[in-house]
Design a protein around this ligand. Structure first.
Ligand code: ADP
Length: 409
């Protein structure tokens, strides 16, 4: 079965086409600057030379139409006919409290995704646009929504509730939802395979460190806590997001700097984190280079970043009442030996040691556990697209067999 996986942003579409016979990727690509006359479509048929085109692409329907044209292109295509695509899987940011797992998209699901727009105002409208655009391009093909929040729906109430007036939870669904669920699910499952232990008897701390970053405590295959909250702003320090701060800072700065709501929102989401502290960049590569060149602000940014991950690992070791494995994933987790080494150096109290030689690796799955370590330390490249493709295939196969479970509240 060929499964088309889409991750739609407000002006971009990322895609991969999977052949689920062997879970191989046939083609992948990206449309950027949708809404303009100079949008770009970068398309790569896996194992062959790709192409980059500048096109007028004014909406998502045209973007997906162009991608489908490319997938069947005489030179760059990988399928003969669009009809070979049997299902489409969509990444959807916010499923609110309704979705505990991936679902087949119908009218009710689209309504529910729309209902979650206040919780995910930047992403959910774009995700929905992608769903509608895909429906109009390939009508009749089943579509599946895979939510970033779903994996964390197993958190107990004491972990997901904020100490705010309870009425805000009842009235406005104010609670912790957590994100990167697809990634945390994938790497914790893969950790169990690597350790050759049953996932339902394993305590994993999963560190997803990309531009956005979050950490999850996964007990017996279920998320019991995670650092992102109602929105992706809470938790770890990120590329441009502050992560945890004293909420009173918001009122203080608004007052002192005479800022409005939009400005403070932008300050915390787009001008803080590594970028805000270093003044150089949100990109960890540049922060590391700055540190090595003796740039003091880059060094402080790196120190805060590393220290906060370590604090969360300590907290989640307590939340889990022990840890079997710590996993590093996503851009920084997979590619920064320096960050992994610094985080693990401070975890001696948990009995963590790492093998520095094995740690000297980038972008590969590797067990970096030190010889005397009491806890396994793993680097596992994440693969959210594969999880989306697998969920999509599973749901579509269940429909075919007539035993699809309704899995939303
Ligand atoms: P996104 O959240 O956008 O998917 P990624 O998972 O691609 O982000 O991670 C992006 C981050 O990974 C950036 O901060 C980038 O600097 C970092 N990164 C990528 N390669 C390296 C590297 N070799 N060393 C350190 N950091 C890296």
């Amino acid at each position: 079965m060929k499964v088309f996986v889409l991750n739609c942003g407000s002006s971009s579409v990322k895609y991969q086409l999977f052949d689920m016979k062997d879970e191989s990727v046939l083609a992948k690509g990206l449309v950027e600057r949708i809404g303009s006359d100079d949008a770009t479509l970068t398309h790569t048929p896996v194992g062959r030379t790709g192409t980059k085109r500048v096109l007028s692409i004014l909406d998502h329907t045209t973007a997906i139409g162009q991608v489908l044209r490319m997938l069947t292109h005489s030179e760059y295509g990988v399928i003969k006919d669009i009809a070979e695509i049997r299902a489409v899987g969509h990444r959807v940011l916010h499923g609110g409290p309704a979705f505990t797992q991936s679902v087949l998209i119908d009218e009710e699901v689209k309504h529910a995704i729309r209902d979650c727009i206040p919780l995910g105002p930047l992403h959910n409208p774009a995700n929905l646009m992608g769903i509608l655009a895909s429906e109009s391009n390939i009508p009749g093909v089943p579509q599946v929504a895979v939510f970033d929040t779903a994996f964390h729906q197993t958190m107990p109430k004491h972990a997901f509730l904020y100490p705010l007036p309870y009425i805000l939870y009842e009235r406005h669904k104010v609670r912790r939802y957590g994100f990167h669920g697809t990634s945390h699910r994938f790497v914790s499952g893969r950790a169990a395979e690597i350790l050759e232990k049953p996932l339902n008897n394993l305590k994993v701390i999963s560190c997803h460190l990309g531009n956005g970053a979050s950490i999850a405590a996964v007990k017996n295959g279920k998320s019991i806590d995670t650092s992102m909250g109602l929105t992706p702003l809470e938790g770890l320090m990120m590329g441009t997001r502050s992560g945890d701060i004293d909420p009173a800072i918001i009122f203080y700065i608004m007052n002192r700097e005479n800022l409005g709501l939009e400005e403070i929102d932008s300050l915390l989401n787009k001008h803080s984190g590594l970028l805000g502290v270093s003044g150089i960049s949100s990109d960890m590569r540049e922060i590391e280079a700055g540190t090595e060149q003796g740039n003091n602000r880059a060094k402080i940014a790196f120190d805060i970043y590393e220290y906060r991950i370590r604090k969360y690992i300590g907290a989640y070791a307590a939340a889990l009442d022990g840890v079997d494995a710590i996993v590093f994933t996503a851009g920084i987790g997979e590619n920064s030996p320096m960050l992994r080494q610094r985080v693990c150096q401070g975890l001696g109290f948990l009995g963590v040691t790492i093998d520095l030689e094995k740690n000297d690796s980038k972008g590969k799955e590797v067990d970096i556990t030190g010889e005397s370590s009491k806890i396994r330390v793993l680097v596992i490249p994440t693969n959210e697209e594969l999880v989306i493709a697998r969920d999509t295939m599973e749901i579509v196969s269940a429909i075919r067999k007539g035993n699809l479970r309704i899995c939303y509240k």
